[in-house]
Ligand binder design. Structure first.
Ligand code: BGC
Length: 248
């Protein structure tokens, strides 16, 4: 058993996870992301969540953040408070939670969860998991090994940051039809496919629930399937990684 915390733009969510099945033990708890989502404010929310779940000191805790985490530190933050830049997540959480945590990127967490328990379970080769939300997150996993912090949502395509054109958030913000949005996804996935020649794409994020509206419109050589864990993937992946990399 381990605990996962998933920090998102609208909510911070946590649960205890059974690592044999990748399912929650008990309920998931959630607190709105503070309006000013500074590192201190968010760490305070994480502490409250651990208290609500009564997570014991011996339980590994993983924290997923919507930013790359390079040796514990956040080099830049695209869609949460900019004051996260340069923060050492591991030290921040140790101060506020009084225990060691494992920090990782949110899409990396989702990717690990899909490989361990979901749509990419037992699939050999190169798997690319993308999460379509406010931004575009990516996880590249090769024969079970994660290449962390790939940030493929920020590929520059046709002069634009890819997520500023093709994220699910942009579909809503620009009121795009599924067909128009699928055209943008086509451009995006075809480019990633050309660069990586993956064996499988897995599409996560809230909008993967509506996959039948846009996945059939895509024309790629690579199989592309919806994620299976949906909104539990970030928490499950964070818990999974914490249990594998526990430090004291
Ligand atoms: C961030 C990534 C994150 C993705 C999804 C991007 O803007 O740079 O780190 O994984 O959004 O949240």
């Amino acid at each position: 058993m381990a605990c996962g915390i998933d920090i998102g733009g609208s909510g911070v969510k946590s649960a205890l996870v059974d690592l044999t099945t990748g399912t929650f033990i008990g309920e998931r708890v959630r607190i709105d992301t503070p309006e000013e989502a500074t590192p201190e404010a968010v760490a305070g929310v994480c502490r409250q969540l651990l208290e609500q779940l009564q997570v014991g000191d011996d339980v590994p805790v993983g924290v997923a953040l919507p930013a790359p985490i390079v040796h514990g530190t956040v080099p830049f933050m695209a869609n949460l408070d900019k004051s996260w830049t340069g923060v050492n997540l591991t030290e921040l959480m140790r101060e506020h939670l009084g225990r060691p945590v494992t920090g990782l990127n949110d899409a990396d967490a989702a990717g690990l969860a899909e490989v361990a328990f979901g749509a990419a379970k037992d699939v050999p080769g190169t798997i690319i998991v993308t999460t379509l939300g406010t931004g575009i997150g990516s996880a590249v996993i090769v024969d079970g090994t994660l290449v962390p912090n790939t940030e493929l949502g920020h590929l520059e395509i046709d002069g634009y940051d890819a997520e500023s054109q093709a994220s699910a958030g942009q579909r809503t913000a620009q009121d795009l039809s599924w067909k128009k949005w699928a055209k943008r996804l086509q451009r995006y996935y075809a480019h990633v496919e050309m660069l990586f020649s993956p064996d499988l794409f897995v599409v996560g994020g809230g909008v993967s629930r509506k996959h039948e509206k846009y996945l059939p419109l895509l024309d790629l050589k690579t199989p592309i399937v919806p994620a299976q864990l949906l909104n539990t993937a970030g928490i499950v992946g964070a818990a999974y990684q914490a249990s594998r990399t526990r430090t004291s």
